[in-house]
Design a protein around this ligand. Structure first.
Ligand SMILES: [Ca+2]
Length: 153
């Protein structure tokens, strides 16, 4: 085989490899990054992905309201005007999957339970579930009546 033919064959193999890679089925879910865009604790179509909506998108691996779809072990990040406080209006959804919640720094973002709601609630019965919360502050959390774990459970 000449150098030219060899080059052509390699180019063809690369082209085929790319074609197969692009056409592979989605396979098992991997990970998505969901960006929270508002400190308002709303569950509504308002052109801003809230933390509440992001948790549902991550739990269910589907697009929800203004948030993109989660996919497997997701990560939630924040694009807000810092320092910011997300003041809860209800308990946040129970986290059922693999999730990492990454704040901008403990001094920059507070998840405030308004002395009425629990900010973080992980379903401990979920198989292989894990949760990592980093670089944000939890404040004024309260468990439901008769429950335990005010800020985090
Ligand atoms: Ca929204």
């Amino acid at each position: 085989m000449t150098l030219t033919n060899d080059f052509t064959a390699r180019a063809l193999v690369l082209a085929l490899a790319r074609t197969f890679a692009l056409n592979l089925p989605a396979g098992p879910a991997r990970a998505a990054t969901i960006t929270v865009e508002t400190e308002q604790d709303l569950d509504a179509f308002d052109e801003a992905c809230s933390l509440r909506e992001a948790l549902i998108a991550a739990n269910d691996d589907r697009a929800y309201r203004d948030c993109p779809a989660g996919s497997g072990a997701d990560r939630i990040v924040f694009e807000l005007s810092f320092p910011a406080t997300i003041l809860l209006t209800d308990n946040l959804p129970v986290i059922t999957g693999h999730l990492r919640i990454t704040g901008p720094g403990m001094e920059m973002l507070t998840l405030d339970g308004a002395t009425a709601y629990r900010p973080i609630d992980l379903d401990t019965t979920a198989e292989d579930g894990w949760l990592l919360v980093e670089d944000l502050a939890l404040a004024h959390g309260r468990s439901p009546v008769g429950g335990s774990g005010g800020g985090c459970r």
